[in-house]
Design a protein around this ligand. Sequence first.
Ligand code: AMP
Length: 215
Amino acid sequence: MSLLIIEMGILAWIKKILGISNMEKKINIILFGPPGSGKGTQAAKLVEQYDLLHISTGDLFRHEIGNKTPLGLKAKEYISKGQLVPDTVTIGMLKNKVDANPDVKGFIFDGFPRTIAQAAALDEYLASQGESVSKLIALDVDESEIVTRLLKRGETSGRADDQDASVIKNRIAVYKAETAIVFDHYAKKDLSKSIKGIGTIDEIFNRLSQAIDSI
Ligand code: AMP
């Protein structure tokens, strides 16, 4: 028993020396919502305000596609049809990105998790690091507005999946069938919050900031 107390004392002392005794938990935000709901635009502003690392799985896939890597070629098969890239591929890629950035204050996950399996993997992975999801914030935008926004974005984004109405339709259908329930997964833990995703960029940003400041 006394040996245990001595060991705990030594551990606390080492932690103090290393400056990790009062290390704060990271802020891990899931920015949630259907395609075209404005997650990318808002994430860029949140990064500036809160000094978090923005991880967009869609951007990571597009980077891989641009470099014609095996992962990119595989992802392209699914993305071009408006389908989800398989969970194992997506989860592995996400973990690599998080692992590569151990010293950040936290993360904004954009476009991830998109399935319950991804949410469970994220929860387990963060727990293994003594971390957890701080909040899921959903941008609420109705379907007709989303289709209009995506087609408009397609005129300049260079993204083939924003230009084809049937691919857009499929992305929305996949969101409803597989992704929307991720909101409920975190609502059960009292971590989900929905905010109005219509208005000016600054109005939406203020709503998001309020939700984050109340964590
Ligand atoms: P986004 O840029 O978030 O709209 O993502 C573009 C496309 O990348 C999606 O339509 C999916 O095909 C794929 N993708 C992005 N994130 C994920 C994810 N978490 N799980 C599976 N596929 C994803």
